[in-house]
Ligand binder design. Structure first.
Ligand code: GLN
Length: 200
């Protein structure tokens, strides 16, 4: 299994470290050719406008979008979640793969960054220590999109649809590998299905 981590800007190294900790190979995706042969893609946190501009500049927007449409598992964290979204309420390059509407920098100046224990039912067990850094929130989800986590007031901060996952916080900045494992399970499942189809 090889996981691509989009490495144009932002917190990509931390994702790679988490993957290494889980014994999974990763590749920094900086150019189109680095997309070849990956089994899943993580789009890290950072600045979504910058990452979007770089994707355009490097002619990578459409190739990444096409891979997502073809079913490549993609996980976007924070800025990565914004890039996955269909609607960001302002003109900027996004992939538009996931039917969610997001609001950037939703927690305002005072709460630019904070940590909170977050219940994530799909992970079971202990709450997740969620780190929010100038984080977006999900204001609406379309049909076929499932809420994965919400704050106590009902604000949606993680959602998924098929093999696309979006989290508005930064799981790569904690020692908790559970969300990485959750994403890797999607990748593994898709690889198994692909192998079964190939063998039949
Ligand atoms: N505020 C950033 C944006 O709008 C996201 C912040 C982050 O990724 N930590 O792109």
């Amino acid at each position: 299994m090889l996981i691509g981590v989009l490495a144009l800007q932002g917190a990509f190294i931390e994702h790679q470290q988490m993957l290494a900790q889980l014994g999974v190979a990763s590749r920094e995706v900086r150019q189109r050719k680095h997309l070849d042969g990956i089994d899943g893609l993580i789009i890290p946190g950072g600045e979504s406008t910058t990452i979007g501009k770089l994707l355009d500049l490097l002619d990578m927007t459409e190739p990444v979008r096409a891979l997502g449409r073809d079913g490549l598992p993609i996980w976007g964290t924070c800025a990565g979640m914004i890039l996955l979204a269909r609607d960001v309420g302002r003109p900027q390059t996004v992939l538009g793969l996931l039917d969610i509407a997001v609001r950037r920098n939703a927690f305002g100046a005072q709460l630019d960054s904070f940590e909170t224990p977050l219940a994530i039912p799909a992970l079971g067990g202990e709450p997740f220590r969620a780190v929010f850094i100038r984080a977006p929130v999900i204001e609406a989800i379309g049909p076929g999109v499932r809420t994965v986590a919400e704050l106590a007031d009902g604000t949606i901060v993680a959602a998924e649809s098929g093999d696309l996952l979006a989290t508005s916080f930064h799981p790569e900045l904690t020692g908790d590998t559970r969300l990485h494992e959750y994403f890797l399970a999607k990748v593994a499942k898709r690889l198994l299905v692909g192998a079964a189809v190939g063998a039949s």
